[in-house]
Design a protein around this ligand. Structure first.
Ligand code: NAP
Length: 360
């Protein structure tokens, strides 16, 4: 398990290197014992030396960022991690797979099994991108390693989940899988920091707008709702519809998701429910289940590839309360991408990933 599938399969192209996800990926690969970045791709940053873009993260030989030419990428790398805006990765992924490069896409372009569904949810992107890769969408593996490990290991194309879906699905899926909760009435209330919006300037992310304020956004119909529902439905074996409301909070990184669901057996205790999570995740080092009465904070997960989970039960109402904290840029994005690459390269999923807290 700790051996590479082939001794040369360790070269990774990072496309979108200058963005938040790209540069987190590069930092993780710098510390990785097997995988290394051999191609840096971008658009506006193409033609520039890495040191002029991110002088705070020196890379060996100060590489040039290049335009994302599929032939050049295929010459330089066995794997590509695409950290690109939604609607940009789809074409490049197809070209890379045709050239034998295995791809992990951090965007939403391949997260839906159905291209029609993607076109509905990402209607704006679908207008500019005339896609006909329905088969590729269907064959892409949803990259939640704790649930899809064997399929990820074999995949040519992995669609890494969004940050909110990652944090919300990890505590929720065990209860859906075992039929312990009602499938209607599930509510997800989640908070994220401003890095969730990427490095490209946006008005809502200005310090003057985001600081000293907490605000909901995308209320009813946020794009991640249908992504969460898709995976929840697959695991529950019946259609799941839920309520999801994200909030922007004045911090740079971190994501906290609180999930509410009704227990089918109101006699279940917080200890019982913690046992459920422990049974599912005890062999998964990127998930930590906290003892009853200990609730996760985003600070505990910062800079780590670990999801911190906790459970409480309200005996009066039979309500299950699931809490989950992750670093949106690591377990919610780049770290999870590298976790998928590890599996694809025949390595242990946690290889080279930071799991210890950097608290405070
Ligand atoms: N931020 C999060 O918490 C988070 C979590 C999970 C998933 N995601 C998803 O991950 C993806 C990347 O997010 P991010 O936050 O890292 O975005 P970002 O900081 O805005 O970075 C986007 C990158 O894409 C590059 N790019 C844009 N158009 C390109 C093109 N046509 N060809 C090549 N490169 C191009 C940019 O490079 P140039 O500057 O060179 O143009 C930049 O490096 C998004 O799909 C996002 O939804 C983000």
């Amino acid at each position: 398990m700790s051996q590479l599938a082939s001794p040369t399969a360790s070269r990774v192209a990072v496309i979108g290197a200058s963005g938040y996800g790209g540069l987190q990926t590069l930092r993780l690969l710098l510390d990785h014992p097997v995988l290394s970045a051999t191609f840096l791709g971008g658009e506006r940053s193409a033609g520039q030396r890495w040191s002029s873009i991110c002088p705070f993260l020196p890379l060996p030989d100060d590489p040039l960022v290049q335009s994302a030419d599929p032939d050049r990428i295929a010459d330089a790398a066995d794997f590509a991690i695409l950290s690109l805006p939604n609607g940009v990765a789809a074409r490049l992924a197809t070209q890379l797979i045709e050239r034998g490069v295995r791809v992990v896409d951090l965007s939403a372009d391949f997260r839906y099994r159905s291209l029609d569904q993607w076109s509905k949810v990402y209607a704006q992107e679908a207008q500019t991108l005339n896609r006909s890769d329905a088969e590729l969408c269907q064959n892409a593996v949803y990259g939640l390693p704790e649930w899809q490990g064997p399929a990820i290991a074999e995949a040519s194309l992995v669609a890494a989940p969004g940050c909110f879906p990652t944090a919300s699905l990890l505590p929720l899926l065990p209860f859906l899988k075992q039929g312990l909760i009602e499938i209607d009435g599930i509510i997800i209330d989640a908070k994220t920091g401003t890095s969730g919006g990427g490095r490209v300037p946006k008005e809502a992310m200005l310090l003057a707008e985001a600081s000293e304020s907490i605000a909901p956004y995308g209320v009813v119909g946020h794009r991640h709702t249908s992504e969460i529902e898709q995976m929840a439905t697959e695991v529950a074996g019946q259609p799941v519809q839920l309520q999801f409301t994200p909030h922007l909070v004045p911090m740079v990184r971190g994501l906290l998701s609180t999930v509410y669901a009704r227990l089918r057996d109101p006699g279940l205790t917080a200890d019982d429910c913690t046992t459920v999570l422990n049974a599912v995740y005890r062999h998964h080092p990127c998930v930590s289940v906290l003892p009853v009465g200990t609730y996760p904070a985003t600070k505990w997960a910062r800079h780590t590839n670990k999801a911190q989970l906790s459970v409480q039960v309200d005996k009066r109402t039979g309500q299950l309360v699931l809490m989950s904290a992750i670093d949106n840029l690591i377990k919610g994005q780049a770290g999870q991408g590298v976790q998928c690459l590890n599996l694809m390269a025949g390595l242990k999923p946690e290889t080279g990933l930071p799991l210890q807290s950097y608290y405070p």
